[in-house]
Ligand binder design. Structure first.
Ligand SMILES: O[C@H]1[C@H](O)[C@@H](O)[C@H](O)[C@@H](O)[C@H]1O
Ligand SMILES: [Fe+2]
Ligand SMILES: [Fe+2]
Length: 307
């Protein structure tokens, strides 16, 4: 059956033409490239943090803790500790397989194991950007930092690993989801940290800004320290893909430098696939595995990485 999906705007506010899609039962098979679905697997709009759904309460509880505990001192400690990369030696693919065990409690749109999400993201990108192989690999690895939830990585609580991220050391922007819970954060009333710039200066560059601790910054460290040859846009995507206040709401621009602005263009592209590929449609892992193994070999100098 072919149906017409009406889509007046995409989430960047751009006009999007009506697109044709072939629907067969559970699966959306597309005539052309990847089409943004209307709703998530639970029948709601994506990233709706207020709608009553089977995930809403858990997600809100998650952000209450995340915003309460992610303060400057905590982030500093975690960065130092995990920057040592002395927890494991393993290949990227082994890490992907570990994510079969991980479900993300912060996510209103997905309750599937994270391995599915990695492949869904990468494969959706591959459909639309067949020649950008670095972006396919970025899709595959962007959430690998979620292994921090596993006992051998310290078994960190969900609030210290997943969810949207935000700068610490300056005022929390109101566009962060569930902003109200920042009032419990020790930094909220600290005059050193609660002004527009806090400890930072105008256009200092995101590289100089401490972000709340989690899977983004950790995976960035892993990729960088293991000497990946992925381009700087890939590292930017990995590091800031959960910084929705910045890439979706346009907040914190005053901390960005020219390089950040340049890289943000790729993050916008990436986000479409990261967010809207979340679905119940399974990927055939064995079929796509050889392709991704070849990309890992191309962009990482050693088979075993330090984590
Ligand atoms: O709940 C999600 C999930 O944890 C994603 O991995 C992260 O990138 C998003 O920012 C977050 O909202
Ligand atoms: Fe993520
Ligand atoms: Fe993701």
């Amino acid at each position: 059956m072919t149906i017409l999906i009406e889509q007046a705007h995409d989430h960047f506010g751009n006009d999007v033409e009506e697109k044709k899609a072939d629907i067969n039962e559970k699966e959306l098979v597309l005539d052309g490239g990847f089409v943004i679905p209307h709703s998530n697997s639970f029948g709601h709009s994506f990233r709706n943090y207020d709608v009553e759904s089977e995930r809403q309460e858990g997600v809100e509880n998650f952000y209450r803790k995340n915003h309460t505990y992610q303060c400057y001192d905590f982030v500093k400690k975690m960065r130092e500790e995990y920057g040592k990369l002395n927890r494991a030696e393993m290949s990227i693919w082994e890490c992907c397989e570990l994510l079969n065990e991980v479900v993300d409690e912060s996510d209103p749109d997905l309750d599937e194991p994270q391995m599915e999400h990695l492949l869904q993201t990468a494969e959706a990108i591959r459909k639309d950007y067949p020649n950008q192989d670095w972006l396919h690999l970025t899709g595959l690895i962007h959430d690998l930092g979620k292994v921090l939830l596993l006992p051998s990585f310290g078994g960190l609580p969900q609030w210290a690993v997943v969810g949207d991220i935000f700068p610490v050391g300056c005022r929390f922007d109101e566009s962060n989801v569930h902003y109200k819970y920042f009032k419990e954060n020790p930094d909220y009333n600290n005059p050193a940290f609660n002004t527009k710039y806090g400890i930072y200066s105008e256009n200092c560059g995101l590289n100089n800004v401490m972000m709340s601790w989690g899977h983004d910054d950790y995976m960035y460290l892993v990729a960088k320290e293991n000497k990946t040859t992925l381009p700087s846009a890939a590292l930017f995507i990995i590091r800031y893909h959960s910084f929705y206040a910045m890439h979706r709401e346009g907040a914190y621009k005053h901390l960005m430098n020219d390089e950040d602005v340049e890289n943000l263009k790729w993050l916008h592209i990436f986000n479409k696939y990261d967010l809207y590929s979340k679905s119940k449609v399974r990927i055939d892992v064995e079929k796509v595995k050889p392709y991704y193994l070849s990309l890992i070999e191309k962009y990482f100098p050693t088979a075993k990485l330090r984590w």
